[in-house]
Design a protein around this ligand. Structure first.
Ligand code: SF4
Length: 306
């Protein structure tokens, strides 16, 4: 079935000529929003758990363990995703000792670096620019929302303006950027979520991850919800908002993720956020039934401005 949006698989197949597997790892770096440099306690939704890998193993062992798990696909290409923590929050020398041995592993064709918009000093961007000439390098930045009021509530400790400036500097260095957003944040209206999609589109980034907010047991967000219960999106609302956001996003923006994939054992709410593949099917069916395509509003606007 042809998807109504640009998928990551499609993008990788075009770029690398075959399927590419992403390996999610934990480099053991902390976060300035936890250690006091920017804030304490972290973002209220932060779970900071990589999907696979083991914090106790060193990075190369993590890679080899995961490659063994997919032994039948040893000829496959891999992209390493440094997911947990803030993966540019260290000296350049330390970053070199993390990134470069990973890139030397057989089959690794790219590196995705998850970080914060306020951890991209000039020397870091210079180094990333150098690396991006050797491999397919992507920087993943958490935005979550373009609204400063919500960013404050989430304890993000950065503003929309800081985010805009970081993406601009990455673009100037020709580094692909993927932005994460979350739908269903406390206090956000339908219109605010659409504005976030429009804002991401205006940045001219290369990719987006769209998440549904979920509450994990024993999380800060769980405590917040007990004190100040907020409305959690229904599945129907999430799908309709996400479909509307897709219409705003230029087709060149790769949709890396369109639904969250929580750890079921820890999930408190929403109960409907289980069964990734059936949710993906429901999103696809909604797009088909309503003839909705990624980029159609963006294209209409561009034509009317010509
Ligand atoms: S910036 Fe990322 S790692 Fe740091 S607290 Fe927030 S979500 Fe967690």
């Amino acid at each position: 079935m042809d998807k109504h949006y640009t998928t990551l698989n499609e993008f990788y197949r075009k770029k690398f000529g075959e399927k590419v597997i992403k390996i999610s790892l934990d480099a053991g770096l902390t976060c300035p929003n936890k250690d006091g440099k920017k804030g304490y306690g972290g973002c209220i939704f932060c779970s900071d758990t990589p999907f696979i890998g083991d914090k106790n193993d060193d990075l190369l062992t993590q890679v080899e363990n995961i490659k063994a798990l997919v032994a039948s696909k040893l000829k496959t290409k891999f992209i390493i995703y440094l997911e947990a923590g803030t993966n540019t929050y260290a000296s350049i020398d330390r970053l070199k000792t993390i990134y470069e041995p990973l890139l030397a592993i057989n089959g690794v064709v790219g590196l995705n670096i998850g970080t914060r918009c306020d951890c991209l000093e000039d020397d870091v961007i210079e180094y990333l620019k150098y690396l991006s000439k050797k491999t397919y390098l992507t920087v993943e930045l958490g935005l979550q929302t373009c609204h400063d009021k919500t960013l404050k509530l989430l304890n993000r400790n950065h503003t929309q303006a800081e985010f805009t400036s970081a993406v601009k500097r990455l673009k100037e260095a020709n580094i692909d950027t993927v932005v994460h957003i979350i739908n269903g944040l406390p206090g956000e209206t339908y219109q605010m979520m659409i504005e976030t999609a429009k804002y991401v589109n205006s940045l001219g980034v290369s990719g987006i991850k769209i998440h549904m907010l979920y509450i994990e047991k024993d999380s800060k967000l769980y405590d917040y919800y007990q004190k100040s219960p907020f409305t959690i999106l229904t599945k129907k609302e999430y799908i309709s908002i996400t479909a509307r956001q897709l219409q705003e996003l230029n087709k060149s923006i790769v949709i890396h993720r369109i639904i969250s994939n929580p750890n079921i054992k820890k999930l408190y709410k929403p109960e409907w956020l289980v069964g990734k593949f059936s949710l993906l099917n429901e999103i696809d069916n909604y797009l088909i039934d309503h003839s909705i395509y990624q980029g159609e509003y963006y294209e209409t606007m561009n034509k009317s401005n010509e």
